[in-house]
Design a binder for this molecule. Structure first.
Ligand code: DGT
Ligand code: CA
Ligand code: CA
Length: 571
């Protein structure tokens, strides 16, 4: 689906118009259309083909024309013109977390700031606090935003790269000259952010494949076009590299280009110890240089004396010892997932009704779904008062009758208040099938206080799961100060499962902490934190993160039968 691309383009237009100082109603129209397209179920391209764009709320004739142009050509003349009207550096400033177009416009008009470097200098020297709407806190936030941006700079969130990469793959698979094709690199390892997308293909006619590769409709720019290797930039600004190799090297090349670099370095030295030489062309005898293997990854690992290592484990974090001793985990797979525990409905800040969610869960093939709305003090997210909790439970009972095949759990995502107490009394907590707790306010506590606050929450007997345990938002917000080792110990002591929040910018816990917790015998739960049914598919990124954290089926509650889950959460 191109919905996200279209929405992002419309948001950018709105931002640019804001910078130019256009009227509010004009920019608002773009933003509202962008939001509609971003969250709608249907493929915008299908609507275009049907000629029904204009029946989408907020889309008139002019906007429909622009969307059509974008879908058909991947570009928009109007946007290109707009971009020329503002200094290019300003668009970059927009990507600083917490800095919106209005502030960017002020920075430009009042102080002539057009680059991140100029902005950093001005903020560091205290020159921004005099501007209207700015202050010392804004200066600090801007510096923090620049820091965050640089930490993730040039990297793309996994879900965006995953969609782009797989769409490209579908296109490439239509070329008859390609015999085999795989995603490689960090995307195959399902890292939380992706630098560039690597694709490997097997063909006897690489030049034809190269021509086909650069002719893809989503290519914005061709960086290099060679005989066996090409690189392009997509409309999404992501770089994609394609390499074509021959059959006898395919496995060796796939292994090499999957990485990680650290994994490859160790694998090569193990190969040398066994009397081999390993590179992207194959496994060779060290002395005679005779070709030994290279068609498949499996055979290469085997000849080096290792069982096959799944891509998600190739980070040089102990996988070689485990492969030698045949103790690698049997990683969880998507098909083992029977449901999602973390979904918001329209009762708090989600956009869908309980029945709509139940229907979508059934469509996913789920056996259960957990509806978790916010608790009462979280007014900003329309948290449920104890009165509304009772009403919601009645509503869920109605839905249960309509969907007898699906177990609908009535959960909550209960706020942990600043003193560590919970946002509902025990009687209300007991009325839920399960209780998630989480931090949603006062993120900036010192480590000790924050750790105690969370552990205090976990100590309540009604609590089952800790939501997004570190609170990070990738590229937007650092984790709160928290002693993760103490949280892990407390999770074990209190029998609280840690969530692997599967929302793409959270992926919280992350892979390293998951492995650390698993080593302490802690158990886990997966939740998407969906706010619309379109988010339900994010679970796959939680599964990927769980795999990168070495988790197996038995570690994750979502793989159990409804009966066993009921026993384990004590409904
Ligand atoms: P990324 O793109 O930054 O998210 O991470 P990767 O892992 O996809 O890295 P990339 O695209 O630079 O290279 C793809 C793979 O190629 C990488 O995982 C391992 C292999 N590779 C690249 N450069 C080297 C190298 O200098 N030495 C070794 N051993 N392998 C390399
Ligand atoms: Ca890469
Ligand atoms: Ca690359």
């Amino acid at each position: 689906m191109k919905n996200q691309f279209i929405a992002d383009t419309l948001y950018l237009i709105a931002d640019l118009l804001d910078i130019k100082g256009e009227m509010f109603f004009k920019t608002r129209a773009y933003r509202m259309a962008a939001q509609t397209i971003e969250t709608m179920d249907e493929d915008i391209e299908t609507r275009m083909q049907q000629g029904t764009l204009e029946s989408i709320p907020g889309i008139g004739e002019a906007l429909a024309k622009k969307i059509t142009e974008l879908i058909q050509t991947g570009k928009l003349e109007y946007l290109e013109r707009l971009k020329k009207e503002v200094p290019p550096g300003l668009i970059q400033l927009l990507s600083i977390p917490g800095l919106g177009p209005k502030k960017v416009a002020v920075l430009y008009k009042e102080q002539g700031i057009t680059s991140i470097q100029e902005l950093r200098d001005a903020a560091t020297n205290g020159k921004l606090r005099v501007l209207k709407g700015f202050g010392e806190i804004t200066e600090r936030n801007i510096l923090r935003g620049i820091h965050l941006l640089e930490k993730t700079s040039g990297r793309t969130l996994l879900h965006v790269a995953y969609e782009d990469g797989n769409r490209y793959l579908e296109y490439l698979k239509k070329n008859k000259k390609i015999k085999r094709i795989n995603i490689a690199g960090s995307l195959r390892r399902m890292k939380e952010t992706i630098g560039d997308i690597d694709i490997l293909a097997l063909s006897n006619d690489p030049e034809d494949v190269m021509e086909y590769f650069v002719s893809y409709s989503e290519v914005a720019e061709v960086l290099a076009k060679g005989t066996t290797k090409s690189s392009v930039i997509l409309n999404d600004h992501i770089q994609v590299d394609l390499r074509v190799v021959e059959e006898k090297s395919y496995g060796a090349a796939l292994q090499y280009f999957t990485g990680s670099k650290d994994h490859n370095v160790t694998l090569r030295s193990l190969a040398i110890k066994k009397g081999f030489k390993l590179n992207e062309y194959g496994l060779f005898d060290k002395e005679t240089e005779k070709y030994i293997s290279g068609k498949t990854e499996e055979d290469i690992y085997k000849r080096i004396g290792l069982t096959y290592i799944e891509p998600e484990l190739r980070e040089n974090r102990g996988e070689f010892d485990a492969a030698k001793n045949n103790t690698l985990p049997l990683l969880i797979i998507q098909d083992q997932i029977k449901g999602d525990f973390h979904v918001h409905s329209e009762w708090s800040d989600g956009s869908d009704s309980i029945e709509t969610i139940a229907e979508a869960a059934t469509k996913q093939g789920y056996e259960f779904i957990g509806i978790t709305d916010h608790s009462q003090s979280l007014k900003i997210a329309n948290g449920l008062s104890e009165e509304r909790v009772k009403k919601k439970i009645l509503e869920i009972e109605k839905a249960r009758k309509k969907f007898p095949e699906l177990r609908i759990f009535c959960g909550t995502e209960c706020d942990i208040k600043t003193d560590g107490s919970l946002d509902y009394n025990n009687k209300t907590l007991e009325s839920f099938d399960f209780v998630y707790i989480g931090i949603h306010t006062a993120f900036k506590m010192d480590k000790d206080t924050m750790t105690k606050r969370i552990i205090n929450g976990m100590s309540n007997d009604n609590v089952n799961f800790l939501a997004h345990p570190t609170g990070r938002l990738i590229g937007k917000r650092d984790p709160y100060e928290v002693d993760i080792e103490q949280i892990i110990d407390a999770a074990k002591q209190t029998n609280t499962r840690l969530e692997i929040n599967s929302f793409p910018d959270r992926l919280d816990l992350d892979d390293m902490h998951i492995k650390q917790a698993k080593d302490h015998d802690v158990k886990f739960v997966l939740g998407t934190d969906s706010h619309t049914i379109n988010h339900l598919g994010f679970l796959r990124f939680g599964v990927a993160t769980a795999r990168r954290g070495w988790l197996e089926k038995k570690d994750i509650l979502n793989t159990f039968s409804v009966k066993d889950i009921e026993k384990m959460i004590g409904t």
